[in-house]
Write a protein of this length. Structure first.
Length: 182
């Protein structure tokens, strides 16, 4: 699907924070750029209401390419663990992130593509985003994480908050049953 040519690699180590890093998305794709690093969960502001624990990092890889029609693409891979808030017990539930996003870059004035399934993409439609001369990598990562999260994260099995206290207290109806017997 994509042209094979020698990439001009702009490489970073996994120890490099991508927070605040910007790229010219079209040039990045045209030059077959590659960034590898991490984003700290605590730095992703829109995630803060969704996570129960805002520590840790997610590993990020961004690769730019041109396809056979010379259309620019970004390939984003995000890996890591998030501690989300369980919607049943309000405790922390671990959620594994394994995101693979193929993003077609749409230039200003270019028609927006319909949701089409590309041959060889295993039945999945690729996404399109607006090309940006100052694309903030952490915002792109944050957006893809939010889109991948479950609507209502829950443990497989958990108790409701205060459920133990309710089970220990005698039911008010049990007292009525005792009165009825007399």
């Amino acid at each position: 699907m994509f042209m094979s040519h020698e990439p001009a690699i702009q490489s970073l180590t996994h120890e490099t924070s991508l927070f605040g890093k910007t790229i010219d998305s079209i040039e990045f794709a045209r030059n077959c750029g590659q960034l590898t690093g991490y984003c700290a969960v605590a730095e992703l502001a829109r995630l803060q209401d969704l996570v129960g624990v805002n520590t840790g990092v997610v590993a990020v890889t961004v690769v730019g390419e041109l396809d056979e029609q010379r259309r620019p693409w970004l390939h984003l891979a995000v890996r890591g663990e998030l501690g989300l808030v369980c919607q049943r017990c309000l405790g922390v539930v671990s959620h594994t992130l394994e995101i693979e996003a193929h993003l077609r870059l749409i230039r200003t004035g270019e028609p927006w593509p319909e949701d089409e399934v590309d041959e060889g993409s295993e039945g999945q439609a690729d996404e399109a985003i607006a090309a940006d001369e100052g694309l903030l990598i952490s915002s792109l990562v944050e957006e893809e994480i939010i889109l991948s999260l479950p609507y209502a994260p829950m443990h497989e099995a958990c108790e409701l908050p205060g459920e133990d206290e309710l089970n220990r207290k005698a039911s008010p109806f049990a007292a009525l049953a005792v009165l009825k017997k007399h």
